[in-house]
Ligand binder design. Structure first.
Ligand code: 1CP
Length: 333
C-alpha cells in the first residue's frame, strides 16, 4: 500500500509520511532554469514533457512520499475559455467572465483544452520513482475558483466590493465550476492520480452566513464525488474559522490545517487524519529552530494519523538545504 493510503485507510501511526505544498516550484534552481526559458506559465503547465519533469524534480532530491502534479487551480477557468495569464510580480490576471461563452463549453471541449495536464499525470505516475509513492492530483475548491473567476485577479490585491451583487451570475457560475471540477477530477484519476487535494485558499474570506452555500455544500458534493471513485480526498480550507464544523459537514478523508490554528485544539476536536500546519516561514530560520518546530507537530500528532506538510506552500526564498533538513528531521523522528 502507498504511504498516504496507509495513513488514510489503515490509520497507521507507526511512520511519518511527508510531502510539501508547492514542492515543485520556485525555490528550486532547476525549476527556475526551466521557467526562465518558458515565460508563459499556462503553456508550461500544458507541456507534458516539462511539467512531468518539474513534478519529479523534488522527488529526485528529497525523500518525499508523494508527487503533486505541476499544474494550477486556474487551469479550470482556462479550460472553460476564460483568458488566464500570469504576470511577473503581479500574479494571475483573468479575462472577462462571459457566461454565454462559458455555457457553450461542453465536456469534450474542456478536456481537449487541458488534456496535456492528464498526459503529464500519466507520464509521472508510470515513472518507477512513484512505485512506492502517491500521485496527488488537485483542484481548487468551488469558492476559491469563483473568487478568481469573478474578481479576475488575486483577492490579495483587491476583492471587488460588488462581489455578491449579481446572485444569478455567482450561483450559475458556481454550478458550472462544480460540474467541470468533477470532469477534471475524473480525468486526473483515470490518468493515475491516487489522491485528490482540494485547495480552498480563500476560505478565510467568507462571512459565516455564506459558509453553507458557498463552501460546505459545494465542497461536500465534490468530496462525495471523489469518494465515489474510491480515491481518498484531502481538504485544505485555508484560514477557515471553524475546522471542526467544516469536517463535520464535509467529511473529507484528511483535513489539511493552516499555520494559524492551534494543532493541540485540532487534535482534541478532530478525529479524521490530519495534514500540515508548520509555518513555511520557519524554513527561513536556522536548523535548530526548524527541528524544534517540526518536532512540535510530530509530538502532538504522534498517536494520530498524520501527514507531515506545511500550513501553506513552501516560500520561493526557501533554501533547498533547509527543505532537505526538514524531510530528514521528519523521517528520522
Ligand atoms: O514561476 C511562477 O511564477 C509560477 C508560480 C506558480 C507555481 C509554481 C504558480 C502561479 N502556480 C504554481 C504551481 C501550483 N499551483 C501547484 C503545483 C504543484 C506544487 O504544489 O508543487 C499547485 C498545487 C498550485 C495551486 C494553486 N494555484 C493555489 C492553491 C494553493 C495556494 O497556494 O494557496 C492557488 C491559490 C493558485 C493560484 C496561483 N498560481 C500561481 C499564482 C502566483 C497564484 C496566485 C496566488 C495568489 O492569489 O496570491
Amino acid at each position: 500500500m502507498k504511504p498516504l493510503h496507509k495513513i488514510i485507510i489503515e490509520k497507521d501511526t507507526s511512520f511519518n509520511p511527508i510531502w510539501i505544498m508547492r514542492q515543485a516550484g520556485r525555490y528550486l534552481p532547476e525549476f527556475r532554469e526551466i521557467r526562465k526559458k518558458n515565460t508563459n506559465f499556462i503553456e508550461l503547465c500544458l507541456n507534458e514533457n516539462l511539467s512531468s519533469e518539474i513534478t519529479l524534480q523534488p522527488l529526485k532530491r528529497f525523500n518525499l512520499d508523494a508527487a503533486i502534479i505541476f499544474s494550477d487551480i486556474l487551469m479550470l477557468p482556462y479550460g472553460l475559455g476564460q483568458n488566464v495569464k500570469f504576470e511577473k510580480d503581479f500574479g494571475p490576471k483573468l479575462g472577462k467572465l462571459d457566461l454565454n461563452e462559458i455555457l457553450k463549453i461542453d465536456e469534450s471541449h474542456f478536456v481537449k483544452k487541458i488534456n496535456r495536464v492528464y498526459n503529464a499525470i500519466k507520464i509521472v505516475s508510470s515513472n518507477p520513482i512513484l512505485d512506492n509513492k502517491n500521485m496527488i492530483g488537485f483542484v481548487g475548491a468551488p469558492w476559491t475558483l469563483l473568487v478568481y473567476m469573478i474578481n479576475q485577479q488575486s483577492p490579495k490585491k483587491n476583492l471587488k466590493k460588488d462581489f455578491f451583487n449579481d446572485k444569478f451570475l455567482t450561483n450559475k457560475i458556481l454550478l458550472i465550476i462544480e460540474k467541470f471540477l468533477k470532469v477534471h477530477i475524473k480525468n486526473q484519476i483515470q490518468s493515475g492520480a491516487n489522491i485528490i487535494q482540494i485547495f480552498d485558499s480563500w476560505a478565510g474570506l467568507i462571512d459565516e452566513k455564506d459558509l453553507p452555500e458557498y463552501i460546505y455544500v459545494p465542497t461536500l458534493n465534490l468530496v462525495n464525488y471523489v469518494k465515489s471513485l474510491n480515491v481518498p480526498v484531502i481538504c485544505f480550507p485555508r484560514e477557515i474559522k471553524n475546522y471542526k464544523e467544516f469536517c463535520d459537514f464535509v467529511k473529507p478523508d484528511v483535513i489539511s490545517i493552516d499555520y494559524n490554528v492551534n494543532p493541540k485544539k485540532i487534535l482534541k476536536e478532530i478525529k479524521i487524519p490530519v495534514q500540515g500546519g508548520l509555518d513555511p516561514k520557519i524554513l527561513l530560520n536556522d536548523k535548530e529552530t526548524l527541528k524544534k518546530e517540526a518536532t512540535k507537530y510530530l509530538d502532538i500528532f504522534k498517536d494520530h494519523p498524520y501527514i507531515f506538510n506545511l500550513g501553506h506552500g513552501v516560500l520561493p526564498q526557501t533554501d533547498p538545504n533547509m527543505f532537505d533538513y526538514l524531510v530528514k528531521t521528519v523521517k528520522n523522528y
